[in-house]
Design a protein around this ligand. Structure first.
Ligand SMILES: [Zn+2]
Length: 284
């Protein structure tokens, strides 16, 4: 597919592995079409746990942060991400855990300062399209919610000539902002897996499916699905051998992950009842 000119896609995530699970398909698909792809990760996933008891680190003595940095570098490579930036905040851990109280935790970071950091990256990289989490942060993770908040604010502030975080960079208004959506069939599978693991668990899931009529955009990623899963499993420490992602048949992979879904939040095309099939529609 021919790309008109300097199209750039920026994905803003909280932790290593979110880029692959949430947006691995669009990142690798658009990169293959010649779009520049930029990944911004707000933390280094310092509070992630080794999810696989049989996992052996590539070198003895590596910290979880070092392990996850290596895994992310591998995923960035697999997804052909053009440029990777880290905002330098600390993982807050899951909602309600001790990590939330750490003064350095991303969820406690000064909002204006964090927005300023992201504005600088937006003005430098000049993306037309920016993608991040919805207001629930997919499943209520405080760092995902924080990323949603700073990204939504930075999308507007970057284009505002009156906003000047002392960068000297010219304002840049990205054309569109999208939030990652969870389609019904994927939610159903997540629920089934949870039930199977723990049949007693009847607590409401923190993950909520996006109402079908709110989903504006469906991007077919079947052609790059193997690469998306390669990138997910590059985060080796985070996916145990029996994780349900690893047990999906090729047919299930396509049924559940063959498309990535989004809600357009800013700069949206008029709704027609049909879902958009291109994040850059109107730009080609
Ligand atoms: Zn995350």
């Amino acid at each position: 597919m021919a790309v008109k000119e300097n199209l750039t896609l920026m994905a803003v995530h909280a932790h290593p592995d979110d880029e692959a699970i949430g947006t691995g398909g669009i990142l690798v698909k658009y990169a293959a079409e010649g779009v520049r792809t930029i990944l911004v990760t707000c933390t280094r996933g310092e509070l992630g746990e080794i999810q696989d008891p049989t996992y052996v680190p590539p070198e003895p003595g590596l910290s979880i942060t070092q392990i996850r940095e290596r895994e992310l570098a591998r995923a960035v490579d697999i997804l052909k991400i053009g440029t990777y930036h880290n905002l330098g905040y600390k993982d807050s851990g899951m909602a309600g855990t001790q990590g939330n109280e750490d003064p350095l935790a991303f969820c406690r970071a000064d909002h204006a300062q964090a927005v300023g950091k992201l504005v600088q990256l937006i003005r430098r990289e000049r993306p037309q399209v920016i993608v991040t989490y919805d207001e629930n942060g997919i499943y209520g993770h405080p760092d995902h919610i924080k990323a949603h908040q700073i990204c939504s604010a930075a999308f507007l502030a970057a284009g505002d000539a009156a906003y000047e975080p002392a960068s000297g960079l010219a304002p840049w208004q990205a054309a569109k902002l999208y939030y990652i959506a969870i389609p019904g069939p994927r939610m159903k599978k997540i629920r089934e897996e949870r039930q199977e693991k723990n049949p007693e668990d009847n607590a409401p899931s923190s993950i909520v499916a996006t109402p079908e009529d709110q989903i504006t955009t469906r991007i077919d990623v079947t052609g790059v699905l193997d690469r998306k899963f390669d990138a997910i499993f590059a985060h080796r420490s985070q996916f145990a051998a029996d994780h349900w992602f690893r047990r999906l048949t090729p047919e299930q992979r396509i049924a559940i992950f063959g498309a990535e879904y989004f809600v357009c939040a800013q700069g949206c095309a008029p709704r027609t009842g049909e879902k958009e099939s291109d994040l850059f529609s109107g730009w080609r």
